[in-house]
Design a protein around this ligand. Structure first.
Ligand code: NAD
Ligand code: UDP
Length: 346
């Protein structure tokens, strides 16, 4: 808890777009712990109010259901939610709204492009008007199927601009470009984070990513579906480590881009085997076709984060999985209530 942030007058007002998603909801928790007043803006296309249910009705937390591909008129949104709007400017704006899993962005290709382009434009306009620090959640996907490993921030990437993943990759590349343009032309204080694969509690069980798929398959005793030969690699970061890095970047003066992720690189076949062990499952592994343009290697070079933020991950894959298994077990036993629409808006 930051002491200077805890009194009413100095409590920073902070908006998180995509705040009801996996990462956004953990960020809302952390920002509240740090003494911020938090406005969570989300249209719930891939997120869930379940993720923020514990925050609804708490002091200094507001939920506004809104699609950021439309202009963000905060006074109108607060009026619609019949909640008084805070009477000071936004100190920070963290832009996390976007479908994030390959299955989600394949299902919503045009929305993904719109939220990366128009959503980022609207969020930057609000940050400019309010003099806020703007943090963009970018992604390792901007490196595409990289020809260098590990990836440093200086690498420009290897992206198929018309392939099935391009709706996400190019949206995020545009988002980075417009963020830098607002920084250069309007002097908006911007931060760009390139997030590598992150996992943990509150991931949707059906979001199609490797980790939730493997967890659910292993816990249900079904075969784990490894695409291709499973030789492609990823480097997985536990959510508490990522949130620590994000917070450090937010309060730094580092415009970025900065890679955040865990450099512990594993093949997808190893990941499947590790999850079988972590869950004590007797599941087998089956091999299915590799999706088009699936990146072959991915590992962050985190020298910048180490130097500029004094950050590095602390949770190993084995320990992170051990923390995550109980969440998947309990979610399978008690599926989240599909009652989002009945919750109060603020
Ligand atoms: P998520 O799907 O759980 O969260 C995204 C949230 O954005 C959801 O709550 C969704 O409803 C909301 N959203 C989408 N479009 C919106 C719109 N038009 N208006 C308002 N809200 C909208 O995914 P996540 O894993 O939490 O990812 C969050 C952010 O982090 C994304 O921008 C993603 O690109 C980035 N990221 C995540 C990872 C990862 O490993 N989880 C890796 C790289 C980058
Ligand atoms: N993958 C897999 N089986 C699954 C889901 C994904 O083998 O059931 C692979 C996928 O092809 C990719 C890797 O796991 O090579 C990571 O996929 P994910 O969707 O988690 O994230 P990505 O890093 O590709 O965005």
């Amino acid at each position: 808890m930051t002491n200077s942030a805890s009194s009413q007058n100095s409590r920073p007002l902070t908006l998180v777009t995509g705040g009801a998603g996996f990462l956004g909801s953990h960020l809302c928790d952390r920002l509240l712990e740090e003494g911020h007043e938090v406005i969570c803006l989300d249209n719930l296309i891939t997120g869930r109010q379940e993720n923020i249910r514990h925050l609804l009705g708490r002091p200094h937390f507001h939920f506004l259901q809104h699609d950021v591909t439309l202009p963000i008129d905060l006074p109108a949104l607060f009026a619609k939610a019949s909640t008084p709007a805070p009477d000071r400017a936004l100190r920070y704006l963290l832009h996390f709204a976007s479908p994030a899993s390959p299955k989600d962005y394949a299902r919503h290709p045009i929305h993904t492009l719109k939220v990366g382009a128009m959503g980022t434009y609207h969020a930057l306009g609000l940050a400019k008007a309010q003099g806020s620090v703007f943090l963009l959640a970018s992604t390792s996907e901007i490196y595409g199927d990289p020809e260098v490993n590990p990836q440093t921030e200086r690498y420009w990437g290897h992206v198929n601009p018309i392939g099935p993943r391009s709706v996400y990759d190019e949206a995020k590349r545009f988002a980075e470009a417009i963020t830098m343009a607002y920084h250069r032309e309007h002097q908006v204080k911007t931060r760009i984070v390139r997030i590598f694969n992150t996992y943990g509690e509150r991931m949707r069980l059906d979001d199609g990513r490797a980790l939730p798929n493997f967890m659910v398959q292993a816990l249900q005793g079904n075969p784990l579906t490894v695409y291709g030969k499973g030789a492609q690699t990823r480097s997985l970061c536990y959510v508490s480590d990522l949130v620590e890095g994000l917070y450090r970047l937010l309060i730094s003066s580092e415009p970025g881009p900065v890679n955040l992720g865990n450099p512990e690189e594993v093949s997808i076949l190893q990941l499947a085997q590790t999850i079988i062990r972590a869950t004590g499952s007797k599941s087998s592994i089956v091999f299915e076709p590799l999706p088009e343009d699936d990146p072959q290697r991915r590992q962050p070079d985190i020298s910048q984060a180490r130097q500029k933020l004094a950050w590095e991950p602390r949770v190993s894959l084995e320990n992170g999985l051990a923390r995550t298994v109980p969440y998947f077990q309990s979610s399978l036993q008690n599926p989240p209530r599909p009652a989002d629409a009945t919750l109060p808006a603020s």
